[in-house]
Design a protein around this ligand. Structure first.
Ligand code: GDP
Ligand code: MN
Length: 387
């Protein structure tokens, strides 16, 4: 799960990461008033969407009066902001963050990510910030410092010193920088983050070190123990199909192809997607209905797949172990009838109660192609959507 910049800053501030004062607003009037309430000469009006690259896209503007703050906010609110991270359709701006402006001396990059390879969080730092870190990693990897955080001992003093040195922070600034990095690590660990990124981390002309931007992502599987974080969820920013799938405990991820897949088990779902591509098709989604899905879950899974306008055909691939093939068949039939299925549907069933499952499908009167293997199923659906 991701959250907005202003929410991330509020969380990080609690752990001791220095950030500027700011006020989140829903209307241009509120934004004008927020500027006045902050009582600072320089303000920054920032569009709140779950994507970066806002600065270059016109979503971050410096303002010097309440009128200006009002005008900029009015221009942003209710419109789609297109950045290099949003895709061509952009994201509609519903919240504006008005922040006390900083006088920037220089910008740096700081982040912590959960690194599966390192089996630990890894701190990433670069002296040049506000930049595209992926680009820097590709062209000048030596500009990026990496430090693995020990999962038990946490970040070590020598690591903080090395990181500050790499960032070009000395004296008082290094002290402040070390504290900030340690606070970020604490927040990352305490909140079960998968990512905490500060781009840019800045030194102000007054010599303060602070987070000018903040992005945080959380491990969905740990959210049950962070009710306060879960409250920050903004479903407006999420794919409605994925939101719906979560309600029914389905593991669904939307993709860009046109063949919908309904599969039980994550491994089988991955294999199914691979074989579809091997046969020249493109999967529209990853969907694992789980090992013990019931008829309601299957029906809803089917409806979610069909709510994707790109979908031209469906491949159901079920290995009935814990899951019974007749349960799947019942769900598929119920859903297909309810949504008046018109696109091709290929079903491959194997395992517990497979004969009963196949019989139910045959007798349903629906236009379903049965497949004898995964290979056969993928070939059939790829052919069917081209027909
Ligand atoms: P992003 O483009 O979505 O990553 O948004 P950021 O919050 O990183 O802001 C983009 C850029 O706007 C920063 O890199 C800064 O150069 C600039 N910016 C943001 N806040 C301030 C501020 O308080 N003062 C000044 N002078 N520039 C700012
Ligand atoms: Mn940024």
């Amino acid at each position: 799960m991701n959250i907005h910049e202003y929410q991330a800053k509020q969380l990080l501030a609690k752990f001791g990461v220095p950030v500027s004062k700011g006020i989140a607003c829903k209307t241009a009037d509120e934004a004008g008033k927020a500027y006045t309430d902050l009582g600072v000469p320089l303000g920054v009006v920032k569009a709140q969407i779950h994507a970066g690259g806002r600065g270059k896209a016109g979503g971050v503007k410096l303002v010097r009066s309440a009128d200006e703050a009002h005008k900029v906010a009015a221009n942003l609110l209710g419109k789609a902001l297109v950045t290099h991270q949003t895709g061509p359709e952009g994201r509609v701006v519903k919240t504006i963050y008005v922040e006390a402006g900083s006088d920037i001396e220089r910008e740096m990059y700081l982040a912590i990510v959960m690194d599966r390879g390192a089996q630990a969080p890894v701190i990433i730092a670069a002296k040049e910030g506000g930049v595209d870190i992926e680009e820097l990693a590709e062209h000048r990897p030596e500009a990026i410092a990496r430090h693995r955080v020990h999962p038990v001992k946490g970040v070590q003093a020598f690591q903080l010193r090395a990181l500050c040195k790499h960032l070009g922070l000395h004296g008082e600034q290094a002290k402040a920088g070390g504290k900030l990095i340690a606070a970020l690590v604490q927040a990352f660990m305490a909140l079960d983050c998968s990512l905490a990124e500060i781009n840019p981390l800045i030194v102000t002309t007054q010599g303060e070190v602070k987070a000018l931007d903040a992005k945080m992502s959380f491990d969905d599987n740990a959210l049950f123990r962070h009710k306060d974080v879960l409250e920050l969820r903004d479903v407006n920013e999420e794919d409605p199909k994925e939101v719906e799938a979560k309600k029914f405990d389905l593991n669904y991820i939307a993709l860009t192809g046109n063949i919908a897949c309904l599969v039980n088990g994550a491994g089988l779902a991955m294999a199914t997607m691979d074989v579809i591509q091997l046969k020249g098709g493109m999967p529209a989604n990853f969907l694992d209905v789980g090992g013990g899905a019931n008829k309601t879950q299957v029906t809803n899974a089917f409806k979610i797949l069909l709510s994707d306008a790109n979908v031209k055909g469906i491949l159901v691939n079920i290995f009935g172990g814990i899951m019974k093939c007749d349960t799947i068949a019942e769900g598929v039939i119920a859903a297909a009838k309810e949504v008046k299925l018109t696109i091709p549907l290929v079903v491959r069933l194997e395992g517990t109660n497979v004969d009963l499952g196949r019989k139910l499908l045959q007798e349903s009167g629906l236009n379903i192609q049965a497949a004898s293997s995964l290979d056969d199923a993928a070939e059939k659906i790829v052919k069917a959507i081209k027909a």
